[in-house]
Design a protein around this ligand. Structure first.
Ligand SMILES: [Zn+2]
Length: 268
């Protein structure tokens, strides 16, 4: 699969893309922009994406567990005790509530694709025990490796009997849905490029770059498993955006989210 050519030769199996706004995180800006803006606090959105495809419903990432916002024990032990602010997940942000506006339930979703295993990307995988769950092999190995570190909460993704589907590098889920090796932020981070029926291309960088600033100035994410790879990922996504005149939908940008078509609206 040539870089940037994935899924673009034989039409697209993707019919439409829904952006699901799954909550907010309250973060020092340095979490998103390394060594830049330490006195600023941002309320960053957490997204997930639902694709209607010729092969059924596909969910990219699964949001953040509302229990981290609403359960006093989880909030205290997993967030406040570590000096982190708990996420904000209001009823309108619940994955199930948003899926309902589209007429979909979790059991309708046969394929889940995860960008990586940080807690704001893989909530409640036990809901998807019936589905195939695709991830980079290196991210899976890191997440289950015993001490993956801050941001990894095994209770999100450690449910037994999940149908894990492991990939190494770039791969194509179906025509029009390409997954891109953008390791760097984490050991096995992946991004997505989607071809819509209109001919328009959409790039989903996930945490390869949280904010527009990451792509405008090539500033690294605050947390990097591999700094050189993280920079290469930002440059790769910038190059793909130019090459395909793609629209980049940012996962964590508090300004960009306000201009997006949120579910039940869609991109098609
Ligand atoms: Zn992350």
């Amino acid at each position: 699969m040539g870089e940037g050519k994935a899924g673009r030769s034989g039409g697209t199996a993707v019919r439409r893309l829904h952006v699901l706004l799954c909550g907010y995180e309250i973060l020092p800006k340095t979490v998103s922009t390394r060594d830049r803006g330490g006195r600023f606090i941002l309320a960053e959105p957490v997204c997930a994406y639902l694709l209607d495809t010729d092969r059924g419903w596909v969910l990219l990432d699964t949001g953040v567990d509302p229990g981290y916002s609403n359960d006093p024990l989880l909030r205290e032990t997993l967030f406040l005790a570590n000096g982190w602010s708990p996420p904000v997940v209001r009823p309108a942000h619940l994955l199930e509530a948003q899926l309902e506006t589209i007429g979909v339930t979790c059991t309708d979703i046969g394929h889940v694709i995860l960008s990586h295993l940080h807690y704001d990307h893989c909530a409640g995988l036990a809901r998807f025990a019936h589905a195939r769950i695709s991830i980079q092999r290196s991210e899976y190995a890191w997440g289950f490796g015993g001490a993956p570190g801050a941001g990894y909460l095994l209770r999100d993704y450690g449910a037994p009997r999940l149908d894990w589907d492991l990939h190494d590098g770039d791969w194509e889920a179906m025509p029009g849905l390409a997954l891109l090796d953008t390791r760097g932020h984490t050991a096995g981070h992946q991004s997505a490029m989607i071809d819509l029926p209109s001919g328009k291309a959409i790039l989903l960088p996930f945490d390869a770059g949280d904010l527009a600033e990451n792509f405008e100035t090539e500033v690294l994410p605050g947390e990097c498993h591999d700094e050189a790879a993280a920079l290469a990922a930002i440059r790769r996504l910038n190059a793909l955006r130019t090459e395909h005149d793609a629209e980049m939908l940012l996962f964590h940008d508090p300004v960009a989210i306000q201009a997006m078509r949120l579910a039940p609206d869609c991109y098609d």
